[in-house]
Ligand binder design. Structure first.
Ligand code: FES
Length: 65
C-alpha cells in the first residue's frame, strides 16, 4: 500500500513503535510472537514487524513515517 510504518528498532520486536490495530480479519495474521506477549499486547493490537499476513487484513496504523 506504500505506507511506511515507524520501526525504531528495525523490526527486532523491541520498541513497539510499529504497533497496529487489526480492524478486520484478525485470523488472517500469524499468532502473536513471544516479543508481543512479553509486551502484553492484546487483541486487536499487533507489532507489524512480527505479524505475518496469511490473507488481506484491515489495520489502523498508529504512527506513519
Ligand atoms: S519495529 Fe520495533 S517492535 Fe516492531
Amino acid at each position: 500500500m506504500g505506507v511506511t510504518i515507524s520501526h525504531v528498532c528495525g523490526g527486532d520486536g523491541a520498541c513497539g513503535t510499529c504497533r497496529v490495530e487489526v480492524i478486520d480479519n484478525w485470523d488472517a495474521v500469524t499468532p502473536p510472537t513471544p516479543d508481543e506477549t512479553y509486551k502484553e499486547l492484546e487483541r486487536p493490537h499487533r507489532l507489524s514487524c512480527q505479524a505475518k499476513l496469511i490473507r488481506d487484513v484491515i489495520v489502523k496504523v498508529a504512527k506513519v513515517e
